[in-house]
Design a protein around this ligand. Structure first.
Ligand code: FAD
Ligand code: EGU
Length: 468
């Protein structure tokens, strides 16, 4: 038994008790990692069990899963099962204003990302966690307060509140983490968060004649500078379209007809696919959702508490990496536990030391991409940039690797990805410079050889005129 539930230390009286706060994607995955190590795991989730709850209303319906996330799933034996229910996206499909579509592959044949259903992924992770006998899942129990001094967690549930204590608290309670509040009281703890001016709304594009309304194995993108829409495929042959736009523009559209006019102007090809009536209705079902970027200077307190996932580092979704980075947190921590023989007093500080620079790096990359997309990316620019990247990679496959490739298809540390990218930019600039210089020299030589013969007189004539 290597990948299934195995219990190395469970029988051990001294099995440490770990509380995982939040049973979202990262919390549920972490439950598997800690259970595999033989900890006595207790998971506390504020919401109802999504495996049995009727109305599942989460954030975004589907997500792009890439290499980092897959490696973490693999480590708990869940990769195949998740990949099986994912839809491969081998390329982007860029929709221009005129309705022209261009496909831009992510890489070679085997290089694709997967569109996965958030709720289903969460369910499967919870099922996997619940198969370990040393995991207990608790729902509708919301952390109200975490007292460092007492080492106690206070939860509220429908029947009232209660208090528990554990050896380790793992905060996986998302971007608005309650566990994180204790960090604010630590000396020298830096924290920042930023809301971007854009919000998002999700719209469903239903199947057409029983099949996908657009090509299924693509991430569809409608880049329109300040507005952008993207669509990811679902297993039921629908697409989930996400419209990103400044809040103030969302607020300008107050009637169904205004929405329709807006779509006619910017996303005309999507209207018949979404359907006029559902477009008019879907748009007003929910208010536009906000996006936040969160940074912390430390992810741990002593040997007692550690933050992972969005609780530690919410990022804007413009690299499709939030969940992937959160899953990578789990695997990095697990690798450290191996190297440091489960010694929490060493693992926690080491986790902060290793992971903070990388999570900050992906936060910056995502924010940078947000700024770039909103400032100058229309479909022509997007296509042009990807061609340049692909061309340079083709010329120097070892030296020049596109940024998104390192982010999406490798486990190169995010901060190394930035370093590497900066270095590549220097190389490209040097090459351009050398080419520019040689072109200038060549030009000058040619001028020197050929110009004096015929145009020489012309020049002289001009001079003659101008001196008159
Ligand atoms: P969450 O998913 O937020 O889970 C936190 C859990 O903690 C929730 O279940 C919550 O109920 C629970 N909780 C909160 N407070 C308490 C409390 N006090 N007590 C008990 N429980 C509590 N990432 C990708 O990798 N690829 C993508 O394509 C992608 N697309 C995205 C698109 C959008 C529009 C957005 C907004 C995000 C996207 N992300 C994507 C990011 C991804 O959604 C997050 O990074 C991921 O959900 C983080 O998981 P988490 O478990 O850390 O947090
Ligand atoms: C945003 C929202 C295309 C899911 C970044 C690419 C995203 C996703 C891109 C969302 C874009 C943007 C990349 C992937 C991915 C691209 C990427 C963005 C999935 C640079 C469900 N982004 N996303 N980059 O290259 O590396 O295709 O909500 F439009 S997957 Cl913004 Cl690879």
């Amino acid at each position: 038994m290597s990948s299934g539930p195995s219990l190395q230390h469970y029988e051990n009286e001294k099995a440490k008790k770990v509380a995982i706060v939040g049973a979202g994607l990262v919390g549920a995955l972490n439950a598997c990692f800690f259970a595999k190590r033989g900890f006595q795991v207790e998971v506390y989730e504020a919401r109802k069990d999504i495996r049995t709850a009727k109305d599942v209303r989460g954030r975004s319906i589907n997500l792009a899963l890439s290499y980092r996330g897959r490696q973490a799933l693999k480590a708990v034996g869940m990769e195949d099962q998740v990949v099986f229910k994912g839809i491969p996206m081998n390329a982007r499909m860029i929709h221009s204003l005129s309705g022209r579509k261009s496909s831009l592959p992510y890489g070679k044949k085997g290089q694709y990302i997967l569109s996965v259903d958030r709720a289903n992924l969460n369910r499967e992770l919870l099922n996997a966690a619940s198969e370990y006998p040393n995991v207990k899942l608790n729902f509708e129990e919301k952390l109200q307060h975490y007292s460092l001094e007492k080492g106690s967690l206070t939860f509220i549930r429908p029947e009232g509140s209660f208090e528990v204590s554990h050896d380790l608290v793992v905060g996986c309670d998302g971007a608005f983490s309650t566990v994180r509040r204790q960090f604010m009281r630590q000396p020298r703890f830096d924290y920042s968060h930023v809301y971007i001016p854009h919000g998002y709304k999700e719209l469903t594009m239903p199947p057409r004649n029983g099949d996908f309304a657009m090509e299924p194995n693509f991430l569809h993108i409608w880049p329109r500078n300040t507005f952008m829409m993207i669509a990811l495929p679902n297993l039921d042959k629908s697409f989930t379209c996400t419209l990103f736009m400044p809040f103030e523009d969302f607020e300008k559209l107050t009637t169904g007809d205004e929405v329709l006019q807006f779509f006619k102007k910017y996303f005309p090809d999507s209207i018949p696919l979404i359907g006029i009536e559902s477009l008019k209705q879907d748009y007003f079902r929910l208010p536009a959702q906000a996006m936040i970027s969160v940074k912390c200077s430390t992810y741990h307190i002593g040997a007692k508490c550690v933050l992972m996932g969005d609780a530690a580092h919410a990022v804007v979704p413009f690299y499709g990496q939030g969940m992937n980075a959160g899953f990578e947190d789990c695997i990095v921590f697990d690798e450290l536990m191996d190297q440091l023989h489960n010694d929490l007093s060493k693992c926690l500080p080491e986790f902060t030391r290793l992971r903070v620079p990388d999570d900050h790096a992906i936060g910056d990359l995502a924010m940078y991409n947000y700024v770039e997309m909103r400032e100058r990316v229309n479909s022509k620019w997007f296509i042009f940039r990807k061609y340049v990247d692909t061309f340079l990679h083709f010329c120097m496959p070892k030296t020049i690797v596109p940024l998104y490739t390192m982010v999406t298809f490798s486990r190169i540390r995010y901060h190394e990805v930035i370093k590497q990218h900066k270095w590549q930019c220097k190389v490209i600039n040097s090459i351009l410079f050398v080419m520019g210089v040689s072109a200038t020299i060549t030009g000058a030589v040619l001028l020197f050889h050929y110009l004096p013969k015929s145009p020489h007189l012309l020049v002289l004539q001009n001079w003659n005129y101008s001196f008159k």
